[in-house]
Write a new protein. Structure first.
Length: 122
């Protein structure tokens, strides 16, 4: 089954929730995993089933990265906040890197997320 990770920083969480609502019917067909706070927002504000990792700052990005390394994910949608430094920047870099290592589709903004979700539907 197609498995997708959804992640957003605090400033971009409203955008990710809106994205998930707009694509809810399609996302319902996939297994979803999200970092802790993002996942809880999705559980509260959509009807999607979402597996939640730790919060990003407590290792959630690394947990998603481990899924990528194990070949368990088909795509990662990670709406990063490009304007705010994050204390767990090394974890974020590790996740982005491991997506490239394993050639896993990675969208880091809303426009590329739209392409990614369209690509998964094909
Ligand atoms: O910090 C994050 C990604 O780097 C996201 O984590 P949360 O979803 O727990 O806020």
């Amino acid at each position: 089954m197609t498995r997708v990770a959804l992640i957003a920083h605090d400033e971009t969480k409203p955008d990710l929730v809106e994205f998930a609502q707009a694509h809810e019917e399609q996302l319902q067909q996939y297994e979803l995993i999200a970092t802790g706070t993002t996942g809880n927002r999705l559980l509260e504000e959509t009807d999607l089933e979402v597996e939640c990792t730790e919060s990003g700052s407590l290792g959630g990005d690394l947990m998603i990265g481990a899924e990528v390394a194990q070949g368990n994910l088909d795509g990662v949608i990670f709406l990063r906040d490009p304007l705010e430094a994050q204390p767990h920047e090394p974890d974020i870099s590790a996740l982005l890197r491991i997506c490239d290592v394993h050639d896993i589709a990675l969208a880091t903004n809303r426009s590329s997320a739209e392409f990614l979700i369209d690509g998964l539907a094909d």
